[in-house]
Ligand binder design. Structure first.
Ligand code: IMP
Length: 423
């Protein structure tokens, strides 16, 4: 059985908590895309864990975690995370596996990512600077280093040499930066490569064998639908496919084996980095949401831009991901706002758009058509049953359901594991 959990907005929907919630009932948790740009936060008994690469399911001692071929792996970040987990008494060995054909993020990828984004000037994307786009670019340029290459002395040296020849040319001639030394990097990475050996497997065979044996797999998406390289707000996107389809290419799970797709929907909208965001609130209310929702990037610490719920994008997310059901997160953050708004359509040059336009010019300059609803004042963070929610909270959820066509199966009302209402 395969269940997929995806973000339906611009990431940071609270997937960490939702994945942690579902992880208890599965055998394997597998990441299928992205890299150390992700930041999945899980809070257990007041203790906060932020995961960048390792699936958060690792917190359950009996679960197996897989980093799939669609992920780009920065070994430095990976071992930082492993040692932090081990310091907290969480054993990783024998439970964490990395795909042989996952691509490796090298120091030049991170450097180039940061330099390139700076050079974009006004067109800056606001990347996380973790070398994500540059690692994927090398993958598609067929000069990437996969985990299996990384472990082989000769292949690694040869690939590193080729990659650095090109990168150093750019550093020297174009960016006027210092060059990187092949032999030094080769030497520096020797102990890391040794340590990595025990984790690397043929994950596509492993996962499919587990599925055939009747094991339950949870495929964990990072980022969100509107950061998807194909369907997001291009070019203000990440370099992979966070949509549910990414599971097929990023884990080698055939579409015929996917049983359920669960969307994670924040009760309002946030975005980190640059790019269009029609329902963004630019006044004090945006700041209020940021504070009460603790909306700061889990990876970079950057303040997240905050805005009203946008039903148009979530409706599109339902279509492109094939959502079976959704979990609404951070509903408690909306308590105390007198009037709530929901974006229901866009207007651009006299034309109304009821669906998400892939044209970035339209999406960047449109005016939002809103519906207004009465808010609620009650603290809902300790409510365990839907019936106990205030009348206006229920009305808000009902309207989201009607406008987006999604089936709501759960509501998260706080950051702790237990703060969840099942429907
Ligand atoms: P990159 O993934 O570092 O290349 O960044 C590209 C865009 O995706 C930037 O706008 C980032 O802020 C955004 N981004 C990347 N990862 C995340 C995430 O986990 N949550 C939210 N935004 C993200």
């Amino acid at each position: 059985m395969v269940i997929v959990v995806v973000g339906t907005q611009w990431g940071d929907e609270g997937k960490g908590k939702v994945i942690d919630y579902f992880a208890r009932d599965v055998d394997i948790i597998a990441r299928y895309q992205g890299g150390a740009n992700a930041g999945h936060t899980v809070i257990i008994n007041g203790k906060k864990f932020i995961f960048h690469l390792i699936p958060s399911g690792i917190l359950y001692p009996d679960k197996i975690c897989v980093i799939g071929n669609g992920v780009v792996v920065d070994p430095v970040s990976l071992f930082e995370e492993i040692s932090l987990l081990e310091k907290n008494g969480i054993k990783v060995d024998g439970r964490l596996f990395i795909s042989e054909n996952a691509h490796i993020t090298m120091p030049y990828h991170k450097l180039l990512d940061q330099i390139e984004d700076k050079f974009r000037g006004k067109g800056k994307l606001g990347t996380t600077g973790r070398g994500i786009g540059t690692t994927y670019a090398d993958k598609y340029n067929r000069i990437g280093i996969r985990a299996v290459d990384f472990l082989d002395d000769d292949v690694f040296y040869e690939k590193l040499k080729i990659a650095l020849e090109l990168k150093n040319y750019l550093f020297r001639e174009y960016y006027k930066e210092k060059m990187l030394n092949t032999d030094r990097i080769y030497k520096e990475y020797k102990p890391v490569r040794e340590k990595m050996k025990k984790y690397v497997i043929n994950s596509v065979l492993f996962i499919n064998e587990m599925i055939d044996k009747g094991k339950k797999i949870l495929a964990e998406g990072a980022q969100g639908t509107f950061l998807d390289i194909d369907f997001g707000t291009y070019p203000y996107v990440t370099a992979s496919n966070p949509i549910s389809g990414g599971v097929c290419t990023g884990l080698g799970i055939p579409p015929t084996k996917i049983d359920k797709v669960i969307g994670v929907v924040k009760a309002y909208t946030t975005r980190v980095g640059k790019g269009p965001f029609p329902t963004e609130i630019k006044d004090f209310l945006g700041e209020k949401l940021r504070r009460s929702g603790n909306e700061y990037g889990a990876t970079t610490g950057r303040p997240r831009r905050c805005g009203w719920f946008d039903s148009v994008i979530v409706k599109f997310a339902k279509t492109v991901n094939g959502l079976d059901e959704v979990i609404i997160t951070k509903l408690d953050v909306l308590s105390g706002i007198e009037k709530l708004k929901i974006g229901v359509a866009y207007k651009y040059e006299g034309k109304t758009y009821n669906d998400y336009p892939l044209n970035t010019k339209i999406f960047s300059n449109c005016e939002v058509i809103y519906e207004e609803m009465d808010g609620w004042n009650e603290d809902i963070s300790n409510i365990k049953k839907y019936e106990k929610l205030p009348k206006n909270t229920k009305k808000y959820l009902e309207r989201i359901k009607e406008l987006t066509g999604v089936k709501i199966s759960g509501i998260s009302v706080g950051s702790e594991r237990e703060q969840m209402i099942k429907l």
